[in-house]
Design a protein around this ligand. Structure first.
Ligand SMILES: O=C(O)CCC(=O)C(=O)O
Length: 258
């Protein structure tokens, strides 16, 4: 399979609607890939909390519409990163959207672990409660978002729900780049999954982003890694590496605690 991680630059100078059009064109340019992945909260910015209430969208809002059309035009599975979702009943969520190549919204994941320690996301958004694992032609894709990476119990639950690949859109700051690289590799090795970790580039709300999107195989080998600039990180991988690794090194069979 060919996976393309679009490490989008989110900078304050660009209006969200302009970024939406730009990103839709970038997704269309990935025709030929099987899966395209975008970062966390790229329309507004993962740290631009002051924009969230006004820019929040519903699941049929402008970002979802634009991404559905782009997925269909490109003929790709699209993990469209996340949006600030405004539920019609009031709460806001950090919500990831996955589209099939026909442009149908096939899965929604509301971020479970909110970042900010009583500020930002933790103060303004509601925590999701449900796991999401999406069946695709190249394997079952488990969904997690950014700060979720720090909570291994979520990834073990995704494994138990059948995940073989893990998509992790993020808005991870440059200051904690070492943690990002470590966790992406750790989650791949401990769950014996392929990790597709798509981070943000640029600087928004005064927070330089780490970039370094990466694809890691179940041995912990980094198959591809971006730098800090906006880029499309494309990798060809054989998804059977997951079943082969689990057979050759069957560590998950030795679990003692459930
Ligand atoms: O855990 C971290 O260091 C970064 C998390 C984060 O920025 C987020 O979840 O938006």
């Amino acid at each position: 399979m060919r996976a393309s991680l679009l490490q989008i630059a989110v900078d304050d100078a660009e209006l969200p609607q302009d970024r939406r059009e730009r990103v839709a064109a970038l997704v269309r340019a990935q025709a030929g890939a099987d899966l395209v992945v975008l970062p966390e909260l790229w329309p507004l910015g993962a740290f631009s909390a002051r924009l969230w209430a006004e820019g929040a969208e519903q699941l049929d809002g402008p970002t979802a519409d634009a991404m559905a059309a782009a997925a269909k035009d490109a003929g790709v599975w699209l993990h469209a990163g996340s949006i600030v979702e405004r539920d019609p009943d009031g709460p806001m969520y950090n919500t990831s959207l996955v589209f099939s190549p026909s442009g149908d919204l096939v899965s929604v994941y509301r971020k479970i672990h909110r970042f900010g320690f009583d500020q930002g996301e933790a103060a303004t958004m509601t925590a999701g409660q449900e796991l999401a694992v999406v069946p695709t032609p190249f394997g079952r894709l488990g969904l997690a978002t950014c700060y979720d990476l720090r909570f291994p119990e979520l990834f073990r639950a995704l494994l138990d729900a059948g995940a073989e690949l893990l998509a992790v859109p993020a808005g991870w700051p440059a200051r904690r780049l070492a943690h990002w690289r470590l966790f992406a590799q750790a989650r791949a090795v401990e769950e014996q999954c392929v990790v597709l970790a798509c981070n943000t580039a640029g600087t928004h709300a005064g927070v330089p982003q780490a970039g370094h999107s990466m694809v890691v195989d179940p041995w912990g080998e980094v198959l591809a890694e971006a730098g800090t600039e906006e880029t499309a990180l494309t990798v060809d991988l054989d998804p059977s590496v997951v079943s082969r690794t689990r057979e050759e090194f069957p560590v998950l069979k030795d679990r003692m605690l459930r």
